[in-house]
Design a protein around this ligand. Structure first.
Ligand code: GLU
Length: 483
């Protein structure tokens, strides 16, 4: 028995939308559930005016990032124009299509008030010959219903009388999406058409074309099963929009989301696992995913939830995988891929990989996305402490204890025989006790002087890794500033 054959068929007309990434994933999951499953990428690039090569690249790069590997393709519809043209001419010769020379002005002029929208069938039986302004229309049945058996929504019925004789080939000779799409689906023996719900209304027309091609060619290809995935909406329950919402898949990679977490999150957009656990690693996803469990209600694309999930995945990484995953953020110069517009505040020659391997353990627990790392670790790699004037004023200049704490820390830290976190911790406790201050208060000026901020990785472990020389040098520089 052969397995499911599915395709992801994006049109490269913009950034790779998160909704498209979800469609690609659901197709891929279905294919991967069966050892004989086949996942195909077909780029629907027939609309030369709206397509751009960079968008095609965006699709393939993001799919590779997400691990959605292909069994066949990528195919490009722009390479297959002759097949669509042949299909159109065959359908025309078999009587399924007819030429129409109505201009939109003529159509408009004929429209009686209250007439149903769409084409009125004027040329259906006029025997119009091909000419420079003729389009080819499909002769839709006037009676009966076309039922889309949708795996997500159940049966959806469309009254044929309400389906206009739609254009299949424009007067320019361009074969439109519906026929190109069906020609390829039949050719590739696609078993499941899984796509966004905005295509639901196209399905009865495509089913008509599919069956017409079956009869015209004599090649009876079983109709694919359909599954229309629910809309993605934002917090206001409005359809995710390119202009309003962060919809570009690649921007999530740039912001430091892990592919594994992003895939897990995409899977939850419309689908829920049968148990309560929302962390579903890839192998379990492949095992558990069922199109029948996809909901037809809109799915809320919740960046907060995604971020939370990402934090869980970040923490679950092994120490060495975390170092590897964060490399593009901390040492982009040596990475194959780097996040756009994000260069660390330190230079390549200031970065120290061995030091970072130890620092990483301090930050792994504290970040939800990888892009948070540079700000947290920059003080390790810069020659001098970064300066945040607001924090500096708060805990050093405007706090009477600030300069005293710094002076005490310099004096005591210089005398230490051991430079490790427990000793530094105990010494800072003593400094605080001497001044009647809790540890929290006593360590604030030290942290600010050495790291530039008031929050960050654990202080004493950080000082241990930074080393005595740099620590004391920074304490002195801060003390000098308020002298
Ligand atoms: N090219 C269509 C789109 O990008 C997809 C069509 C389909 O999956 O059937 O929306």
């Amino acid at each position: 028995m052969s397995g499911p054959r599915v395709r992801f068929a994006p049109s490269p007309t913009g950034f790779f939308h998160v909704g498209s990434a979800r469609t690609a994933l659901f197709n891929w999951l279905l294919a991967r559930q069966d050892p004989d499953g086949v996942f195909i990428l077909r780029i629907e690039d027939t609309d030369a005016e709206r397509n751009r090569e960079e968008w095609v690249e965006g699709i393939t790069t993001a799919m590779a990032w997400l691990g959605l590997d292909l069994d066949e393709g990528p195919f490009r519809q722009s390479d297959n124009a002759a097949a669509y043209e042949n299909a159109a001419q065959l359908l025309r010769r078999s009587g399924y299509l007819y030429y129409c020379d109505c201009s939109s002005a003529a159509l408009q002029a004929r429209k009686a008030p209250g007439a149903p929208p769409g084409y009125d069938g004027f040329c259906r039986d006029r025997g119009v010959e091909r000419g420079p302004t003729t389009a080819l229309r499909f002769r839709t049945p006037r009676e009966g219903v076309t039922t889309v058996h949708d795996l997500v929504r159940g049966d959806v019925e469309f009254a044929n009388a309400l389906i206009e004789d739609f254009v299949v080939v424009k007067s320019s000779g361009d074969v439109l999406y519906a026929l190109a799409n069906v020609t390829d689906d039949r050719h590739d023996r696609i078993t499941h058409v899984i796509r966004g719900e905005e295509h639901l209304a196209n399905s009865p027309k495509q089913m008509m074309l599919w069956e017409a091609l079956n009869r015209a060619t004599g090649d009876e290809v079983a109709l694919a099963l359909y599954a229309h995935l629910p809309l993605l909406v934002n917090e206001q329950r409005k359809k995710l929009s390119k202009r309003r919402d962060p919809v570009a898949t690649e921007s999530y990679r740039d912001q430091g989301y892990l592919a594994s977490a992003f895939v897990n999150y995409l899977a939850l957009l419309g689908w829920s696992p049968r148990g309560d656990e929302e962390i579903v690693p890839l192998a379990a996803l492949i095992e558990q995913f069922r199109l029948e469990d996809v909901s037809h209600s809109p799915a809320f694309f919740d960046v907060k939830k995604l971020t939370h999930l990402n934090g869980e995945y970040v923490r679950a990484l092994s120490a060495s995988d975390f170092v590897l995953a964060s490399a593009p953020w901390v040492c982009p110069w040596r990475s194959d891929w780097r996040p756009s517009d994000r260069v660390p505040s330190w230079r390549e020659d200031q970065f120290n990989a061995a030091l970072y391997a130890r620092v990483a353990a301090l930050v792994q627990e504290r970040v939800a996305t990888l892009s948070e790392i540079p700000a947290m670790v920059e003080f390790f790699f810069l020659d001098e402490a970064p300066v945040d004037e607001g924090s500096f004023a708060k805990v050093i200049v405007n706090d009477a204890a600030g300069p005293t704490i710094l002076a005490e820390a310099i004096r005591r830290f210089e005398l230490l025989t051991a430079w490790d976190a427990p000793t530094l911790h105990a010494t800072t406790v003593e400094i605080g006790e001497g001044l009647g201050l809790a540890l929290r208060k006593a360590q604030a000026p030290i942290r600010c002087a050495v790291t530039g901020t008031l929050v960050g990785p654990p202080l004493f472990e950080s000082l241990e890794l930074l080393g005595r020389e740099k620590t004391i040098q920074r304490l002195r520089a801060a003390a000098a500033k308020c002298a």
